[in-house]
Design a protein around this ligand. Structure first.
Ligand code: ZN
Length: 271
């Protein structure tokens, strides 16, 4: 593909694609009053609908996942597509002919953009790893301990903990010079009504790595099947050393009971 899709064409795709029609192909939408529609969220398990679509604003939002976005982000997520692929797919459906920025310059720009995203993910991984040692992460550490993981394993696999709250990582990365747009397009933050907010909150996280070892995403442990995660087909060996300058000792401090069980039995927020 030649390069980046022109911004005005992306805007046109958004404008010409009725979000309710697109979402409606994947789930049944009913009126929720006030011009909104609702249905069962395709991204999490639920019995009562907390997935909302506002056609007038061309936005979706799930009160269960606390995630939302526009029609492009919906297609990205539901079909596991990149941003460009999602725009191309919607453009085909809505008859918009896409124009691309010229090759050379935009390719360099794409590479620069990709490097920025990798930098943001590296900073996020450090931030999450640091928080796994915080008092707030006691439950997460307990969860790991019960599965044979100690601090050395956590460091080796790059496990982390996203603290509760809406802007911990977002504020941290903003201070490091990343823009909200970069955090949102990188999947580290979600678009809220008042700007970007942390995508992961109060969660134990596995890093998702490319073959190069670079972190390109995070997967919450609570929605990860029990035996997955990096190289857990065999139980990790005992630690050979304890390293790192943080104050927590080499074994995890004990915490309260894990949150896993709660999730499977929790109901979605009624709307
Ligand atoms: Zn949801």
């Amino acid at each position: 593909m030649a390069g980046r899709i022109k911004d005005e064409d992306i805007a046109l795709v958004r404008e010409r694609t009725p979000i309710a029609d697109v979402v409606g192909e994947y789930l049944q939408l009913r009126s929720a009053g006030g011009g909104s529609l609702k249905g069962l969220c395709p991204f999490h398990d639920e019995k009562s609908p907390s997935f909302n679509v506002t056609p007038a604003k061309n936005l979706w939002y799930c009160f269960g996942c606390n995630e939302g976005g526009d029609v492009i982000s919906f297609v990205q997520r539901i079909d596991s597509l990149s941003f460009t692929e999602a725009v191309e797919s919607l453009a085909r459906q809505s008859g918009v002919t896409l124009r691309y920025e010229e090759g050379g310059r935009s390719t360099r720009r794409d590479e620069g953009k990709r490097q920025r995203l990798l930098d943001a993910h590296r900073a996020a991984a450090e931030f999450y790893a640091e928080h796994l040692l915080s008092p707030e992460a006691a439950t997460a550490r307990r969860f790991l301990t019960e599965r044979g993981f100690n601090r050395t394993h956590a460091e080796r696999f790059g496990l982390g903990f996203a603290p509760a709250g809406w802007e911990n990582l977002t504020a941290h990365l903003r201070r490091r010079g990343f823009t909200d747009q970069e955090l949102i397009s990188g999947g580290l933050a979600s678009q809220g009504r008042r700007g970007a907010y942390d995508r992961f909150r109060n969660r134990l996280l596995w890093p998702v790595r490319e073959v190069t070892g670079e972190v390109v995403g995070f997967a919450p442990a609570s929605s990860t099947p029990r035996r997955t995660g990096p190289s857990t087909s065999t139980r990790p060996r005992a630690p050979s050393s304890t390293r790192g300058g943080c104050s927590t000792d080499s074994t995890w401090p004990s915490g309260t009971s894990p949150t896993r069980a709660r999730r499977s039995s929790s109901r979605a927020t009624p709307t």
